[in-house]
Design a protein around this ligand. Structure first.
Ligand code: 9UX
Length: 72
């Protein structure tokens, strides 16, 4: 099964930031799709929870210098 989760991503200021985040998250094993919204500072990620955990998605974004967390 595929889960859909929303993350808050702080620190993005232009469209290239969006591309950087999407590219990095897309590379994570188990991620099926990612869509980042610059206006709302949110990322929607669809992934297989048997292959990847939230923490790994957050870490992939934070590694780029942004500040991500799971949306409550
Ligand atoms: Mo834009 Mo973002 O000039 O990491 S690429 S601010």
């Amino acid at each position: 099964n595929i889960e859909t989760k929303e993350y808050i991503v702080n620190g993005m200021s232009c469209a290239s930031c969006v591309n950087r985040v999407e590219k990095a998250v897309r590379k994570v094993n188990g991620v099926e799709s990612v869509s980042v919204n610059l206006a709302t500072n949110q990322a929607q990620v669809k992934y297989d929870p048997t292959e990847v955990a939230d923490e790994q998605i957050v870490a992939a974004i934070n590694k780029l210098g942004f500040e991500a967390r799971l949306k409550e």
